[in-house]
Design a protein around this ligand. Sequence first.
Ligand code: ADP
Ligand code: MG
Length: 244
Amino acid sequence: NGKGIPAIEVRHLTVSYGARPALLDVSVRIEKDQLVGVIGPNGSGKSTLIKAILGFEKPDVGEILIGGEDVQKAKGKVAYVPQRGAVDWDFPITVREVALMGRYQHVPWYRSPSAADREAALEALSMVRMSDFAERQIGQLSGGQQQRVFLARALAQGSDILLLDEPFAGVDAATERAILDVLERAKAAGKTLVVVHHDLATAAEYFDNLVLLKQRLYAFGPPAAVLQEELLSQVYEGRLRVFT
Ligand code: ADP
Ligand code: MG
């Protein structure tokens, strides 16, 4: 069912904060079972695009369809790993409990999480290789380890679409590859993933398609087509740190 309908369709999207549009007339069609990267310099509208696909930011112009239906009706069908801010975990919560938070939509207020909910949370922790940390306080973990737990929480949600905003900030290269492998396995299991990502070396290797943004859509397509030196130097204006 739903064959031929893209997982995400963004049509002529313009989103402004005040006078200046963060995104201007952006159209992208993301097919199912793809791992898609969103690249572009700081302030180019990457997080805004992710938030619009979640229905958090309302378009000035344009529309967004999730599995063919309006984004506002699709709430909960999309899992999200936010860009990491400075989170102060000064209240006690274990890694297992954070992963279990991914199940909240499946747990009505009148009951506790079921054995299946708990199982799904533990399985997600195992996918990101954090099982050994299940009973630890999340506040005691490194930034990279916390990122893996947030990914587990999103995986536990069981949504078909996952949006991740810079999941590799503060993550060492080996862990980045380990997480990219997890994302590839999730794709093989039928998920569609959109990842804001700025390591162009791994972007070329792992992603089916790349979205190159700077307020407008500069390019969309396979990495070999998007990672063209001339195009990148135009968009990044010589501020490109990683390009090998
Ligand atoms: P990126 O994720 O690519 O760094 P963002 O989508 O966060 O870019 O931001 C795009 C532009 O919109 C930037 O110029 C940023 O300053 C602005 N912006 C983002 N969020 C807000 C906000 N809540 N209020 C006002 N301006 C914002
Ligand atoms: Mg951002």
